[in-house]
Design a protein around this ligand. Structure first.
Ligand code: GAR
Length: 210
């Protein structure tokens, strides 16, 4: 059993490809002192990501880094890692970041890159998780915060929240119900790290009692 990090305020980086509602929820948790963290930087791989604007409005350094400017994923991730290290980032939250993470990034932040996924993993990994759940006909879905590994949505699970799926649900209505839970469990999961309570044993995460 291995402790992932000691307690202390988090120096957080957020990576986001889209609208940034999870980023906003993290900012609110920090403002309300529910989450002991400072967001040092936001990085997006999409030029028109609303999350970039949201971060800048809050006075957070925000960068669009276009992957196609680099020869391969290693080079792209080396640039990201450099920016994070310059700012003393010690933990990373993927918040709607629609890209697989590679070896350079994983090695630099081993067990310290978290992701939120809009399904109860290991069900419905990958894209359009809410659509997958509606089409499959499950009665419950939800969201998962997990530690990122080399797979797609395969890493050790930190926290999950369950929501019902109704017979008349659409992808959109289910996504909205799930999103409300995402906004509750991401900062809670991160706060466990800030409290130095997260342990890893193989692929199992243990949260120590306070
Ligand atoms: C969220 O629902 C998040 O779980 C999902 O993208 C959305 C981003 O919303 N992530 C994935 O599907 C990752 N595979 P946001 O930009 O408003 O936070």
């Amino acid at each position: 059993m291995m402790k992932i990090m000691e307690s202390g305020k988090l120096n957080l980086a957020v990576l986001a490809s889209g609208r940034g509602s999870n980023f906003d929820a993290l900012c609110r948790a920090i403002e309300q002192k529910d989450l002991e963290a400072e967001i040092k930087i936001l990085i997006s791989d999409k030029k028109d990501a609303a999350s970039l604007v949201k971060a800048r409005r809050r006075g957070i350094d925000a960068f669009y880094i276009p992957p196609r400017n680099y020869r391969n994923r290693d080079e792209y991730e080396a640039v990201i890692v450099e920016k994070l290290r310059e700012r003393g980032v010690n933990i990373v939250a993927l918040a709607g970041y629609m890209r697989l993470v590679g070896k350079v990034f994983l090695d630099a932040y081993k067990n310290r890159i978290l992701n939120i996924h809009p399904a109860l993993l290991p069900s419905f990994p990958g894209l359009h998780a809410q659509k997958q759940a509606v089409e499959y006909g499950v009665r419950y879905s939800g969201c998962t915060v997990h530690i990122v590994d080399e797979g797609m949505d395969t890493g050790p699970i930190v926290m999950q929240s369950v929501v019902p799926v109704y017979q008349d649900d659409t992808e959109e209505s289910l996504a909205e119900r799930i999103l409300a839970e995402e906004h509750k469990i991401y900062w809670r999961s991160l706060q466990y790290f800030a409290e130095g309570r997260v342990y890893l044993d193989g692929r199992k995460v243990y949260i120590a009692e306070k």
